[in-house]
Ligand binder design. Structure first.
Ligand code: SF4
Ligand code: FES
Length: 232
């Protein structure tokens, strides 16, 4: 099938404003959007810039706005979209070039929640054991690949980029509810700040955008409830 890709282009070294590039590509319905982008880059316009690495939905590199919705290009089939496909960079982050955005503001929020195990107890001779139930408590949020699709689909983040955003809260959830971790109090203090969880208005864009099907809004609600529970 013939597919027209309409791609938002911008090269800050050359363009005064973003513009739309149109590219006709011959695709199989079962090709992914990443295949079509590769075709454009390899055979039509080598200057097109986008991130990709694993091509299998694992690394989180190729989140972009496809037909108005954040998705991974490597997990989105052409047949789900039809023969006219609009591709834009993620919203809410500065564009470096074409579909490549500057992820540093996103990563800064991620780093702020201490995304690592906090436990100063002397290490045991073997593993720090958990029951099945304890492990299941935070299983959903361990699936995050930091693709940024959730945070950059959130109107609260578009309006106020200092909002820590859904991805950082998901990552905090993964440690707050881990029975081996001792850093929950500090993380919850960070998330209880004006730029923290209370900026979430339960819009659910994040849950719809997540390519890992993480229940993002639910995780945010659980963190909110934990803050209130500890306030007493
Ligand atoms: Fe991506 Fe989902 Fe993680 Fe958000 S929660 S960064 S959408 S994997
Ligand atoms: Fe790794 Fe798509 S290229 S998730």
């Amino acid at each position: 099938m013939k597919v027209i890709l309409k791609i938002r282009r911008f090269n800050p070294e050359r363009d005064r404003a973003p513009w739309w590039g149109y590219y006709q590509v011959e695709c199989e319905p079962t090709d992914r959007v990443l295949d079509a982008l590769n075709w454009v880059k390899w055979y039509q316009d080598g200057s097109l810039a986008y991130r990709r690495s694993c091509a299998h939905g694992i690394c989180g590199s190729d989140a972009m706005r496809i037909n108005g919705r954040n998705r991974l290009a490597c997990k989105t089939l052409i047949k789900e979209l039809g023969n006219r496909i609009t591709i834009e960079p993620l919203l809410g982050l500065p564009v470096i070039k074409d579909l490549v955005v500057d992820l540093e503001p996103f990563m800064k929020h991620y780093r702020s929640i201490m995304p690592y195990l906090v436990n100063d107890d002397p290490p045991p001779a073997t593993e720090r054991l958990q029951s099945i139930a304890q492990r299941e408590r935070f299983d959903d949020t361990t699936k995050c690949i930091l693709c940024a699709a959730c945070t950059t689909s959130c109107p609260a983040f578009w309006a106020r980029p200092d909002y820590i955003g859904p991805a950082a809260i998901v990552q905090a959830h993964r440690f707050i509810f881990d029975s081996r971790d001792h850093g929950a109090e500090e993380r919850l203090r960070i998330l209880d700040a004006p730029s923290g969880v209370w900026r979430c208005r339960d819009i659910y864009n994040c849950t719809e955008a997540c390519p890992r099907e993480i229940q993002v809004t639910q995780a945010i609600a659980e963190v909110k409830r934990e803050i209130l529970r500890r306030r007493g």
